[in-house]
Design a binder for this molecule. Sequence first.
Ligand code: ADP
Ligand code: MG
Length: 567
Amino acid sequence: MKNLIQILERIDGKGYKAYKDLQGGYQFPLFKLLVDYVQGDPFATPSRIRIRVMQAHLKFHSDWIQTKVRQIALEDYLLRKWVKQIDQLSRKRGSGKSGLFTIDCPGQEILERTAVVVNEDFAEARISIGLPAQGRTVLGRQAKEMLVEQLPFLVKQSFFLNEEDLLKIERRMKLVDNQQAIRQEMSRQKWIAFIADGAILPRESGISDRPLQQMNVIPFQAPPTMKKVVKVPHGDSISGMAIPTGISLIIGGGYHGKSTLLRAIERGVYNHIEQDGREYVLTDPKAVKIRAEDGRRVEKVNISPFINHLPFGQDTKQFSTEDASGSTSQAAYIMESLEIGCSCLLIDEDTSATNFMIRDARMQSLVTKEKEPITPLIDKIQQLYKEQGVSSILVLGGSGDYFEVADQVILMDQYVPYDVTKKAKQIANDSIVERQFEGGEQFGKLTQRVPLKKGFDASKGKKEKMDAKGLHTIIFGMHQIDLTALEQLVDVSQVQAIAWMIYRVGELADGRQTLDELIEKVYTQIKTQGLDVISPYYGKHPGYLSLPRKFELAGAINRLRSLVIRS
Ligand code: ADP
Ligand code: MG
């Protein structure tokens, strides 16, 4: 620490580059400060530092990190404390980002992240700091104030726990234990989704993921026939609606809460924080939201189960296009997800291509099967479940044709779900079947694709450039990857992680291993070495990363315009 003060006094008033002298480690009474990267000027990406406190000082309970889920929950809790403290303390002093502390900011989910790491030996926070300058002149006194006064205060407020923290952490441990217990019960019972009684599903707005805070919010209430009770390790058993494997429809009038229910199910692949309203809305982590996405690129995907004999005899076993239609994009999205091991399709009529979903009797008689390349999902959905074990949950308000193929039908009426399976089946049985089944003998073969290394070359002669730009874009060299259709991406830090992971997949690609194998390898690396490992700055401040699912990583790779698949 003395060392640090000396440097700051020495460089005071000098040019900004003098800050580079700070790089290195400094021992404070209670923590170690590691200055990993010093920015080049006050307007550039802020400097990156780590703060490490040994467990001897912290005395965290060892059972807080006894499972991975608990460890992530603890890290997330501490990160939120950092965010709060930094919000209160951080203020601009000088030009550019001078004087500002920043750290990764989590949303409603509890995700594995690099911002705070806790292990048996220490807790470490990775933060950014705008080293203060006036113009481009080092403000040594202000820097001293930040690093020698503010920083120890931040560390104390964030990492050192008070009585309230202890209670809250205990509560959180119980929450994630319960979430985990329900997930285990779900896989034992073969449920795709569980939506607890009392859950609050609607969100504040289209741009806010916080719970809708209104007098007239209707808490979720399971229909009696679908109600299940799950024993949890802490507190009373939890009851709710269990959606079993198979084909489930969510039907009902417009504006009655169908999409809201499906969206909550989509997000149930993640654990949510206390007071979110969806703490006990849990979904099979391999469920994938599928949507139409016209205009996207498709690279040699076998979409033949859904699309055949296209005009000009285009191959649909290795279908490529720079500009997919609604139906072909939706077919490609499904086939790409199956390739990575998806267990359940989540589909909303609002974001689907109608001609991919249905083809009714009248249309069948006018446009014969030979003239229609598309085999609609309705004729494939049962094969998908019976042969591939892949379930579906569909939101449909406009077509009763699906009653025939559904195993469960849930009616949303004024935000309240009803089990109308029997009625729907009866209607399907009573009405004369005019529709012809067009699905053929079998679902069809799934293809594993092998990506070539050259497709991952971001440089194209230029300096390699990769970055996340918000939630929906990755800059990949000359290209931009549009991630808008990956609706289960929730965090900018996931996008940043995906960018580095694509790079990793590209390194591993050898023209022999399949995309799924390559992706699996990256996740194995993360599992053994931690999420830090995908960062090019491994061993130092790794940047702000949070773990995406395999499906979102594959989704980004599949949307890479330079991707090349082996023929
Ligand atoms: P649908 O898909 O059936 O047309 P949505 O799910 O889009 O309907 O919901 C319509 C509106 O109702 C949305 O603004 C949503 O926030 C609100 N909403 C959904 N569920 C509830 C609920 N349980 N209580 C109050 N409002 C809700
Ligand atoms: Mg809707």
